[in-house]
Design a protein around this ligand. Structure first.
Ligand code: HEC
Ligand code: HEC
Length: 209
């Protein structure tokens, strides 16, 4: 009996280390990224680094390419974008990029901390009439449209990005077709209060279809 329980404990130990290994297998190239975006892609609000966990693979790949090609992060005054651009340049090898993107998109979505206050009910109305067709009713993103998953992102990051689209600091390059599309949409909200309401509502979404 003692022998049996020893074996059982041994097997359980091997199994547990196998399971935790397969979960925590962080691609080497992601180590530097984790210092800002977190090991589990949870983001870091004080560094303005967005959550990346569970984001669409297609969207993540395009953003890295955009940073590399200067289609994002090069506008005047976009210091956060410029900071990120420098790191995107470290992912020139496409298979390394794919391993990082696959790791991130497979991670479970996290809910970022909320730091803004908005009227959620008012935001829901605006979201459902202006955003859900492209970003999904639960902010899950629509892969066929290659729109981003918005659920899980912090309200502050969503607010800042929306402003960047409005101020032509994102979606400014003609080659950035998806960014242009979003930039074109960004004039539907014309005041900060309404934008705060929408991003507060987005933070309540589950990201599940
Ligand atoms: C020094 C901190 C820092 C490091 C290191 C860093 N990032 Fe970022 N990253 C940021 C910030 C800040 C932003 C937001 C940029 C903006 O405001 O447009 C960002 C944005 C992104 C985005 C766009 C997300 C979205 O929703 O559009 C992706 C993808 C990304 N980073 C991936 C990476 C990867 C992969 C690495 C490692 C090669 C990395 N980052 C390293 C700070 C960092
Ligand atoms: C016509 C389709 C369309 C509509 C409508 C639309 N979007 Fe987008 N949105 C996109 C696409 C496509 C992207 C990805 C842009 C890129 O690749 O840079 C995007 C990106 C974004 C991002 C950046 C996400 C990130 O991770 O950085 C935010 C924030 C956003 N949209 C908010 C909104 C809000 C809020 C509304 C409603 C007021 C809205 N969008 C309406 C297509 C749309």
């Amino acid at each position: 009996m003692r022998e049996f329980s020893f074996r059982l404990a041994f097997c359980a130990g091997v199994f547990a280390s196998f399971v935790s290994f397969s979960h925590a297998e962080i691609p080497a190239a992601y180590t530097v990224c984790a210092s800002c975006h977190g090991e589990q892609g949870q983001g870091n609000i004080s560094l303005n680094a967005p959550a990346l966990a569970g984001q669409q693979a297609d969207y993540l790949t395009r953003q890295i390419h955009n940073f590399q090609q200067g289609l994002r992060g090069t506008a005047e005054g976009d210091t956060n974008g410029a900071q990120m651009q420098a790191f995107a340049l470290q992912l020139q090898d496409e298979s390394t990029l794919a391993s990082v993107v696959n790791y991130l998109s497979a991670l479970p979505m996290v809910k970022s901390e909320s730091t803004l206050t908005g009227d959620i009910a008012a935001g829901r109305t605006v979201y459902n009439s202006n955003c859900s067709d492209c970003h999904g009713a639960q902010g899950e993103g629509i892969e066929a449209l290659s729109s981003a998953k918005l659920a899980g992102l912090s309200d502050q990051y969503l607010f800042d990005q929306f402003k960047k689209f409005q101020q032509q600091q994102r979606g400014y390059a003609p080659e950035d077709k998806r960014g242009r599309q979003m930039q074109f949409m960004s004039d539907v909200i014309n005041n900060d209060e309404s934008l705060r309401n929408v991003v507060s509502y987005i933070q309540t979404l589950s990201g599940q279809k």
